[in-house]
Design a protein around this ligand. Structure first.
Ligand code: CA
Length: 226
């Protein structure tokens, strides 16, 4: 998944970046509200961690503008003070969850996991697709109960497909959701990674839908409407 972190405290931004990257995500950073608003307005993020106290444009305004303009990605707000009024105005502005500073990274990660899986329509931390199982909390994939060893990018790709199983995902969508802003994006590399995933899992699980993209399905060749 691809995430945006908007946080002006550079140390905290770095810690968030490294925790979320370690959890398998592509992460872009913005250090003020205007830049954060612009990125969230123009890039298709799967989720956002948004500080409320920001230079240039405050977090509540950023969020209100995104929602006004139809940007519906899940947003976790960070409130500097443990004040109930900040939480209320943040949630009213369209936040999906909040975390009061200071917080433990583990709690932030758990909240992000919940937001991402719920946005994709999954209630549980384990997503199953035929013989494949994704343990979101542990960032692990198994095939028929056997752990599958994946590189960071292979994991990110398979995790995205598993969150969106049964749906046809275009190569463009994959490129937009797997790489951060600074990555040299080349949609041809997606094909290479799909090939590797097919070899590491089972050939029929990831279908190529000619001219449209790829679909992860537990019933290859069938009408999987998951
Ligand atoms: Ca701040």
């Amino acid at each position: 998944m691809r995430l945006l972190v908007v946080e002006d405290d550079r140390d905290l931004a770095r810690q968030l970046h490294s925790a979320l990257t370690d959890a398998g995500h592509a992460v872009d950073l913005a250090h003020d509200g205007a830049e954060g608003h612009f990125l969230g307005d123009t890039e298709p993020y799967d989720g956002v961690v948004l500080d409320l106290g920001l230079p240039e444009m405050d977090g509540i305004t950023v969020l209100q503008r995104w929602r006004r303009d139809g940007r519906d990605m899940p947003v976790l707000i960070l409130t500097a003070r443990d004040r109930w009024s900040d939480k209320v105005s943040g949630i009213d502005a369209g936040a999906d969850d909040y975390l009061a500073k200071p917080f433990h990274m583990e709690e932030m990660l758990a909240r992000i996991r919940a937001l991402l899986r719920r946005a994709a329509g999954h209630a549980s931390n384990e997503i199953q697709c035929g013989p494949l199982r994704l343990d979101i909390a542990a960032s692990r994939v198994s095939l028929d109960g056997q752990a599958v060893t994946l590189t960071a990018l292979e994991f990110r790709l398979l995790s995205y497909l598993m969150h969106h199983q049964g749906k046809v995902i275009s190569r463009t969508e994959l490129v937009e959701h797997l790489y951060d802003q600074d990555f040299d994006k080349d949609s041809n590399t997606i094909e290479v990674f799909i090939g590797r995933l097919r070899r590491k899992t089972r050939a029929g699980l990831i279908e190529t839908v000619r001219g449209l993209g790829y679909r992860l399905t537990s019933s290859p060749g069938g009408d999987d409407k998951a």
